[in-house]
Design a protein around this ligand. Structure first.
Ligand SMILES: *Cc1c(COP(=O)(O)O)cnc(C)c1O
Length: 361
């Protein structure tokens, strides 16, 4: 089989080294004679693995001691409910900043639990989409928390500056940007991320929560969504997604081996820049997001002549460039280039885009 580059938005490709290691260890992990997925989550061996994965994530993200790291079920959307259940008091109010389709979905879910102030922060200036500066976000004074999505996976809009609302906790859906660039965790109350974009397989969700926010959950919060219950039980109140946890651990090890988040950040910058630069100098492709808000993880682009979309995708696939079709809401193309996508994959994509353009002209 020739080399394939998978640009899927999620579940996304994993590093080749990780997949090879998992394959080698699949039926006999560390001479136990068992697969990791066959071991008790309470066994000494698994607990050691679980601890190491958490410690590596803490190291990679420089997570301060006063934050808990939870390994949960339920994905990003599970957190759309878990966040208000844990942080929004009955009768309380929260602010939801909407910069694209995922933050909009999070706000809609939160409306089941209380009064939600929805702030639309994307506007179009000279034909380009921009995000209003956070100083202009009209946050309610009595807000329990402010929720936003730093990287909008579908829309390709990323907000790099971290907002600051003083004592009001900031909650971030980092499903598609966690570990892609360095951030100061201490600026957040809660960070959550479904694993299937930049961490591992689907079925695992990481929650990083500041300790003073634990213990405020509503009475009716399901136990498996209760942050304090999870924290008090080292994420093992119920059976955690053990195999996904193991794979996430391998990804964290891999990320450390390539130099950690700062090293991957500069590669990610280069990868994204290659595509945007090519799109910008071409009259054949376009992208309508202002430079400073362009996602480094999900790069959407459109062909000026949309009737060529199917042919573009067909030829791309025949060259091993997979899953470039844009999300149905926005159309066009989307190259998701998470940490695991090597520079060579992006170079091959850009070379193909050029060949395709020249072949048509
Ligand atoms: C993929 C994604 C989700 C949804 O995750 P699920 O695990 O499918 O629930 C939520 N938010 C963002 C930003 C995403 O990219």
């Amino acid at each position: 089989m020739s080399v394939v580059y998978n640009f899927c938005a999620g579940p996304a490709m994993l590093p080749t080294q990780v997949m090879k290691k998992a394959q080698q260890e699949f039926i006999n992990w560390q001479d136990t004679g068992c697969s990791v997925m066959e071991l008790s989550h309470r066994s000494k061996d698994f607990m050691a693995l679980a601890d190491e994965a958490e410690n590596n994530l803490r190291e990679l993200m420089a997570i301060p001691q006063n934050y808990k790291v939870l390994f949960c079920h339920g994905g990003g959307r599970g957190q759309f409910s878990a966040v208000p259940l844990n942080l929004l008091p009955v009768g309380g109010k929260a602010d939801y900043v909407v910069s694209g389709s995922w933050s909009k979905a999070a706000a809609k879910e939160a409306e089941n639990f209380g009064e939600i102030n929805v702030l639309n922060v994307v506007e179009e200036i000279d034909g380009k989409k921009v995000v209003k500066p956070s100083a202009q976000w009209d946050i309610s004074k009595d807000s329990a928390y402010v929720h936003y999505c730093p990287n909008e996976t579908v829309d390709g809009i990323e907000v790099f500056d971290i907002p600051d609302f003083g004592d009001i906790p900031l909650v971030a859906d980092m499903s598609s940007t966690i570990l892609s660039h360095q951030i100061d965790v201490s600026k957040f109350g809660v960070i959550y991320a479904g694993a299937q974009k930049n961490i591992g397989p689907s079925g695992l969700t990481i929650v990083i929560v500041r300790e003073d926010l634990l213990g405020k959950a509503r009475q009716e919060t399901p136990c498996i969504m209760n942050y304090k219950t999870s924290a008090d039980n080292d994420s093992m109140y119920n059976t955690p997604p053990t195999y996904a946890w193991y794979l996430a651990g391998l990804v964290f090890e891999w990320l450390k081996s390539v130099g950690g988040v700062s090293a991957i950040e500069s590669i990610n910058q280069r990868k994204a820049q290659l595509i945007y630069d090519y799109v910008d100098q071409s009259s054949f492709y376009k992208n309508s997001i202002a430079n400073e808000f362009r996602s480094r993880m999900n790069v959407p682009f459109w062909l000026e002549d949309e009737s060529l979309n199917d042919e573009f995708l067909r030829q791309a696939e025949s060259q091993g460039l997979l899953a470039l079709k844009g999300h149905r809401i926005v159309g066009g193309m989307r190259a998701s280039i998470y940490n695991a996508m090597p520079l060579a994959g992006v170079e091959k994509l850009v070379a193909f885009m050029k060949d395709f353009e020249q072949g048509i002209k």
